[in-house]
Design a protein around this ligand. Structure first.
Ligand code: SF4
Ligand code: SF4
Length: 298
């Protein structure tokens, strides 16, 4: 089996922020698998290496730039001509943005920076521990460095924002779009907040987008506004709020991807429920997977 993308869950429990919506906060305990040895990173990438392997995703849980062997990972991927697809919280720890910008821009296919709000009050609440002024400066400096490298005809990654939309930040979406367009962000991915099956209802009520009623109508209008007004690429589940029907698609969209954990175990499904919640819960299986299971039985 050859894979197009491998996610290495390198350091799931190490992060310099404490976001309320983080799955580790929702489950109220760390994953407990430690940090991935670089020997496992190397073994995994080399054993799955093929012409189809296009991208490595370093830890989507935990801050990947805190992985002690991150620079070794960049070097290995560079040797094998594989791009890194990075999602980072925008704090650029262990050196700051001036130290990270050039190596990241030249080794990544995309650098996605998580953003939960443009105002300090919202972003510092939803990305607890962040300093909004420094964080916005980091993003601007990264984009400026990208433009400088482009002027020298050096190939660089795209720079995206990833916004997780919830009850606390949806009013800031036009401001985020305006900021992104003004400084030269390439794309914004608008996700919806996701909750584990074991997360308390009171917590969900505080953050979760409604699925009906007048407020839901306002959210749909917001999604339409973003799609209509955006001058840059915008995509993601929040923009599909109106698609209420479950997908009848039978083919899993992640068949050519694999997730590898620090203990060497694998997961073939990206569902957060399978990784951080209850693998046996209904939420751990999407519609098409369930349909496949039923079809296999008949
Ligand atoms: S930045 Fe990511 S890993 Fe860190 S606390 Fe926030 S959601 Fe969790
Ligand atoms: S639940 Fe099944 S079909 Fe859905 S993403 Fe996971 S593996 Fe794919």
């Amino acid at each position: 089996m050859s894979y197009r993308r491998i996610t290495l869950v390198t350091n799931p429990d190490s992060c310099n922020l404490k976001c309320p919506l983080c799955f580790l906060n929702q489950r109220q305990k760390p994953l407990g698998l430690g940090t991935m040895d670089f020997s496992l990173v190397e073994k995994t990438i080399r054993s799955f290496y093929s012409k189809d392997l296009k991208e490595i995703i370093p830890s989507t849980m935990g801050e990947p730039l805190l992985y002690p062997y991150f620079k070794n990972l960049l070097n290995l991927c560079s040797q094998l001509s594989i791009k890194i697809n990075l999602t980072t919280n925008g704090t650029f720890p262990l050196g700051g943005v001036s130290c990270w910008a050039e190596p990241l821009l030249t080794h990544c296919s995309d650098i996605k920076i998580s953003m939960m709000g443009l105002s300090a009050s919202v972003n510092e609440y939803l990305m607890c521990g962040i300093n909004q002024k420094e964080y916005l400066e980091n993003i601007k400096l990264l984009v400026e460095e990208k433009k400088k490298l482009q002027k020298q005809k050096i190939g660089v990654s795209t720079v995206s924002l990833q916004v997780t939309v919830c009850k606390k930040n949806w009013r800031e979406l036009p401001d985020i779009l305006e900021f992104a367009e003004k400084i030269g962000i390439d794309r914004i991915k608008w996700n919806k907040a996701v909750f584990l099956s074991g997360t308390k209802d009171s917590f969900k009520n505080e953050y979760q987008l409604d699925e009906e009623g007048s407020v839901f109508e306002e959210w749909k209008q917001m999604a339409r506004f973003i799609q209509r007004e955006a001058k840059i690429r915008v995509e993601g589940p929040f923009l599909d709020l109106e698609k209420r029907e479950p997908s009848k698609e039978l083919k899993c969209p992640f068949l050519d991807e694999i997730w590898v954990f620090p203990d060497g175990s694998y997961e073939y499904c990206p569902s957060p429920e399978r990784r951080f919640g209850d693998k046996k819960s209904a939420a751990a299986s999407c519609e098409c997977c369930e349909m496949k299971r039923i079809l296999n039985k008949t």
